[in-house]
Design a protein. Structure first.
Lengths: 245, 231, 490
């Protein structure tokens, strides 16, 4: 089985270790990973900010890059959600690009969604000693409809105590461009979310979206909260190597 | 062009028509609603009672018409009602001997007779301790009673008084078991079959508000005590 | 459009005011949470009932029925308006047509002046808020009394509603007691029963002496010309039963074809709004009092209101007219929960308000509201009408961008980024640039790892409250060759 990795702009630039973890975990389960080099961005940031032309330009590049890929896996619920939900909507209904976008959308998976639903793997053989709380990203739970899969994987991690926070569905306030266009509201939302997350006493905050982690992690650092933000794949890969704290 | 024509033309033009469409198309926008729920009268009565009681409404079951009047008196006494009681003058309450029983218990009874002076009736309702009505149906699914300003389905039926079930703090309703249907759809289908009175109220339990810190309070503007006598 | 025409604080200022008010934010959180959970429980119960064949359908069934009903009605709105008008007239009512807010207030004022009205009593109506009716009538010397408990509180405080269902959502009981005590001329206790009893007493007197009752309508059944009012307190019943004249101001999107369609709407509205299976009262009004009826208004006037609604017809935004004003999107919205209705500043706040305010009243006034959204999509999830609120907000942002309303730094920044990111070579060059451009701001933590505590210029919009991650020295693109080799190893 051959999978094309869509790394996403955030992981590419800021968190390449997430990509490395995804690649190694996929390989561990017999999947051959390729990395189409022309990839940039799916266009979501532009689309969400109302820059439709720029969004379509990026989307075209995305479609060009992945048109031949049988499976597309990405370590971001938000980007997978955008590709699945919005990519076909970005082009006129019935147009060749729209058809191609729909086809690509149906072949695109968020990492845990792919592991659990396609490979049938929940246990990657990880051990990680910590108390962890899982944060749903909005697009992952509402556009992609993926909620249970990452939790199922975390439940299989040995020595990991998984706790649930109040209002696990509530937005953390990142919202892409929203976080810089309306930083005050965005931060107030983070603070409420962090109250619920820290109340669990967790020492690791796990999510499947680097955007939420960057936002909540950056806020925690300003506030001096010691909870460690980790992408699911990072935690699993560290756990596989038994390097978990 | 009259304001009406101008208004409708604007709507039509936005919908891509140069002149307004006269008649709505035949046919319904969605499939007919399914008939759901039980039809057994006792099951319906049980469900109605359970739903209304959840909303802190009261239900007293009686088996004979003769038992209605003494039950009304007992309910009013228990609720601490004194002085004036208003009621519909309507076939749904005829022959129950209410006036005799209430007067014997010391109440002044003011029936809302068709054609009587509206002003003095309004004053009576405003000072009344309770209002007694029949009803035009009930919905088991929600514990709802239906109160028409006249009998629904009957063109030119005499009026009953909207304020009887509204101004007094206690509302007593006489409901017959066979009047209960399961769902709102059944009821609306029935109502839609004939002429509607000028006002129909679906009343579901006592008046309530949650406008102060989302804290539930009962009896804001309408009656705070609702008592159904189920015959 | 008469309401907020004076110079008003900017969105930024309104938001800041809300964020600084801890009491407000606590009240918002508490009440929206309660309503959100109430709705959730009611919908769970609905699903269970539907599974046993004891409800009209599941939420999804009802939602698709309701959408079909509204979609059909709007597509033939000219015909349904005429049908409704003919029925209202046939039952003795009078029909008026208000293309604008000014038309609406003028029509109401004329009816009132013809009857020498001195005291007007109102039940809750967002349409009258939208057109600024109270101010218009007061300017003509009439006393206007809001009778919904929440609206009464807001009126005493000289404010506008902060929520479309719970107008005084932001007021604490202490504040309410203070307002009522002023009316009473003596200090009142702060418990709910005492406050409610006081309002009942004061307002009952107003009802019995009012010359006209003004309402909105939740639905209008075209086939019978029936106005439908969905209420809990009973003030809507009083307004339509006691005063000699009733005036109803109704947005044209409130029409539904038949009484049977009402069953679908009634299954959705109370559950979505307050978590109730049904509100305490549903009031169906078909014409004024008839011959032989002892009470009820002698005159019934129905005013159909456009005021920008037709702007949405025939556009991709038409769906926003499906809205039944349940407020579920407000209660689910994390931004509404944080800034409240006055943060938005529009008559209709929250996600639906951010969509319809710019469409009804223009981008000039409300073009920035669609920005007040993190696109979390919680609104779309709870909307009983399945309105695609996030999509509409995105398209309104695009509209604002086309009109060059977005700030220059953002417009140019995104343009540049868009150019770079649609060209793989430039994208990778950009990665290098980002690395070097941020080096001057990089600091080391105790564990020697790197971070950016603060950035200048627009970067400060992030770093004023959050640290920023350091662009990787080697991006994933640059690491791939080694990873590839690693994979090739047996």
């Amino acid at each position: 089985m051959k999978v094309a990795l869509f790394i996403t702009c955030l992981a590419d630039h800021f968190y390449p270790a997430i990509g490395e973890a995804v690649v190694r975990l996929l390989r561990r389960h017999g999947v051959s990973v390729e990395f189409p080099p022309g990839q940039t961005c799916c266009g979501q940031p532009f689309w969400n900010m109302g820059h439709m032309d720029e969004a379509r330009e990026c989307a075209r590049q995305f479609i060009r890059t992945f048109s031949q890929s049988e499976w597309i896996v990405t370590p971001s619920g938000s980007c997978a959600g955008h590709v699945r939900y919005f990519l076909p909507q970005m082009f006129p209904a019935g147009s060749p690009l729209c058809r191609e976008a729909s086809a690509i959308a149906s072949r695109t998976f968020e990492f845990s969604q792919f592991m659990v639903n396609v490979l049938g793997v929940t246990d990657v053989g990880a051990r990680f000693k910590a108390r962890a709380v899982y944060h749903n990203s909005c697009h992952m739970q509402r556009e992609l409809g993926v909620v249970e899969e990452p939790v199922a994987m975390l439940r299989q991690v040995r020595d990991l105590e998984l706790v649930e926070a109040e209002r696990p569905d509530l937005c953390c306030g990142f919202g892409g461009g929203f976080s810089v266009k309306m930083p005050e509201v965005s931060t107030a939302m983070a603070d409420e979310k962090l109250r619920y997350l820290t109340a669990t006493g967790a020492d690791v905050l796990v999510s499947c979206d680097a955007g939420c982690l960057m936002h909540l992690g950056g806020r925690m650092e300003k506030l001096g909260i010691a909870m460690r933000p980790m992408h699911l794949a990072e935690l699993l890969w560290e756990g596989v190597q038994h390097r978990g704290c | 062009m009259t304001p009406e024509q101008a208004f409708l033309t604007r709507v039509a033009q936005r919908l891509g028509r140069s002149v307004p469409l006269k008649e709505p198309p035949a046919g319904v926008p969605s499939d007919p609603l399914p008939s759901v729920g039980p039809t057994d009268p006792e099951a319906l009565a049980g469900r109605f009672q359970a739903e209304l009681e959840k909303l802190s409404g009261h239900v007293t079951r009686v088996t004979t018409e003769a038992a209605v009047a003494p039950t009304v008196v007992r309910i009013l006494k228990q609720a601490g009602v004194r002085g004036t009681v208003v009621r519909w003058q309507d076939p749904t309450l005829d022959g129950l001997g209410l006036d005799e029983a209430l007067q014997a218990a010391g109440y002044e009874v003011v029936p809302f007779a068709p054609g009587a002076d509206g002003g003095s009736l309004m004053q009576a309702a405003a000072r009344a301790g309770a209002g007694i009505t029949g009803c035009d149906g009930a919905v088991a699914e929600t514990g709802t009673v239906v109160l028409g300003s006249s009998c629904p389905g009957v063109a030119g039926a005499p009026g009953r008084g909207r304020v009887v079930s509204l101004l007094p703090p206690v509302h007593v309703v006489v409901l017959r078991r066979e009047q209960i249907v399961y769902g709102m759809a059944d009821l609306l289908r029935r109502l839609g079959g004939g002429p509607l009175p000028s006002q129909v109220i679906f009343a579901t339990g006592p008046s309530r508000s949650s406008d102060i810190e989302n804290d539930l309070s009962i009896g804001v503007h309408g009656p705070g005590v609702v008592h159904v006598i189920l015959l | 459009m008469a309401v907020e025409s004076r110079k008003r604080p900017s969105l930024q200022e309104r938001i800041q005011r809300a964020l600084d008010d801890e009491q407000l934010r606590g009240a918002l959180r508490y009440t929206t949470e309660k309503l959100y959970n109430g709705r959730k429980a009611a919908m769970a119960e609905l699903e269970a009932l539907a599974a046993q064949g004891l409800a009209l359908g599941s939420l999804e069934d009802l939602r698709s029925r309701a959408r079909a009903i509204k979609s059909h009605t709007l597509a033939h709105l000219d015909a349904y308006l005429q049908q409704a008008a003919a029925q209202i007239r046939a039952h003795g009512g009078t029909v008026h047509w208000a293309a604008t807010a000014a038309d609406a207030t003028r029509i109401v004022a004329e009816i009132c002046e013809r009857r020498n009205v001195r005291r007007v009593v109102k039940s809750k109506s967002m349409a009258t808020e939208e057109v600024g009716l109270n101010a218009a009538l007061e300017a003509r010397g009439m006393e206007v009394v809001e009778s919904d408990l929440g609206e009464y509180i807001i009126q005493l405080a000289h404010e506008t509603p902060a929520h479309i269902v719970i107008p005084a959502i932001h007021k604490t009981r202490a504040q309410i007691a203070a307002l009522f005590s002023q009316v009473a001329g003596e200090p009142l206790p702060t418990d709910t029963p005492s406050l409610t009893a006081f309002a009942r007493r004061v307002l009952r007197e107003k009802f019995l002496t009012a010359d006209v009752g003004i309402t909105g309508a939740n639905f209008v059944v075209a086939a019978s010309g029936t106005l439908v009012l969905v209420t809990n307190e009973g003030n809507g019943r009083l307004t339509t039963s006691v005063p000699p004249v009733q005036i109803a101001l109704v947005g044209i999107e409130k029409l539904i074809p038949t009484l049977e369609d009402l069953a679908v709407m009634l299954a959705l509205l109370p559950r979505s709004a307050t978590g109730q299976k049904l509100t305490v009262y549903v009031n169906l009004i078909t014409g004024p009092r008839r011959a032989g009826e002892p009470d009820g208004p002698e005159e019934l006037h129905v005013i159909f209101l456009d005021n920008g609604r037709t702007n949405l017809l025939g556009t991709p935004y038409q769906e926003a007219l499906f809205c039944i004003r349940c407020g579920a999107c407000l209660n689910a919205c994390p931004v509404y929960r944080t800034i409240g209705g006055h943060g938005y500043g529009s008559t209709y706040p929250g996600p639906i308000g951010a969509v319809i305010s710019p469409l009804l009243q223009g981008m000039n006034r409300w073009g920035d509201l669609p920005d007040a959204c993190s696109l979390c999509c919680a609104c779309r999830e709870v909307c009983p009408m399945g309105i695609h609120l996030p999509e509409h907000l995105i398209h309104l942002r695009a509209e604002a961008h086309r009109q060059r309303r977005d700030p220059a730094w953002l417009r140019l920044g995104l343009k540049l980024l868009g150019f770079a990111w649609s060209r793989p070579g430039v994208y990778r060059l950009g990665s290098r640039l980002a690395y070097w451009a941020t080096r001057p701001f990089v600091k080391r933590r105790e564990d020697r790892s790197e971070y950016i505590p603060s950035l200048p210029s627009v970067g400060a919009r992030w770093t004023q409250s959050r640290t920023f991650p350091v662009p990787a020295r080697r991006t994933f693109h640059e690491r791939w060759r080694e990873l590839q080799k690693e994979g090739d190893r047996p």
